[in-house]
Design a protein around this ligand. Sequence first.
Ligand code: NCD
Length: 320
Amino acid sequence: MRHLLDTQSLSRDDAIRILDVAEDMRDTQSREVRKLPTLRGKTVVNLFFEDSTRTRISFEAAAKRLSADVINFSAKGSSVSKGESLQDTAQTLQAMGADAVVIRHGASGAPQTLATSGWITAGVVNAGDGTHEHPTQALLDAFTIRKRFFGDDSRGRDLRGLRVAIVGDILHSRVARSNVWLLSTLGAFVTLVAPPTLLPQNFAAWPISHAAHDLDEAIALEPDAIMMLRIQMERMNAAFFPSEREYSRRWGLDAARLARLPEGSIVMHPGPMNRGLEISADAADSPRSTVLEQVANGVSVRMAVLYLLLAGTNTEEEAE
Ligand code: NCD
């Protein structure tokens, strides 16, 4: 694997390989010494043009636990805000010897541009590009589902037959897109639930089994996992629903809906949550909620991705 740019082009075998390596990484995280020497001498650059706390910290923790050197480059306060282009930034990183670049960017396709431009030789990991994709989020979500449903018997498995409902601001969500592709590759049945204004126009071309405007109807279909998405106010330049109150009444996961979920089902959210809007405190803090497991699993999955991208490549020193 040279880069991880999306889940749309990720094969079933590659996806399961990443999830299985993440299982191994997770096992190492319960040891007393959690740091592995695997990526000693490698440099991972976190290149974040958009605000992020948990994703950046998660990649940083993952790289450090593999003993890589980490450089955090955030666009705010950098020369990017002085007008430096992606090309100049990339070439600077190349000159500094970056082995992998983890990029988050407001423009869909920026990681692809970086990977195919020839500006850098580093492996590129997409940490979220515009409304396009967020592949490591979908991988950590799949990992979390697999772990909850199959436990220690997870390795080698896909998600065949499991029903996943993705609810909320699908229009603006790269998390939804990456999940739709990956979940369908892994054999799960995906239902999208959103107000008509928050469903993208082309969703009919996506590999989903159902789209609904009514959350109660979707809950009646007994999903194994229900994934609540954040309402992305920062990407909204128009009124997509009448009021927050109306949204949470119709599309929020509240205590009453939580109680109607089938036994054994799980409640997911990629974070950051708008408590009281798309998800109530009862749902977010219930035993069904995997929110904190998702965060913990995110580190294992990102360790797996960095390992698969970098462990096979030689540093100059080793090559001599
Ligand atoms: C997601 C993102 O940035 O796309 N969050 C994250 O990765 N922590 C989802 C979101 O912002 O709602």
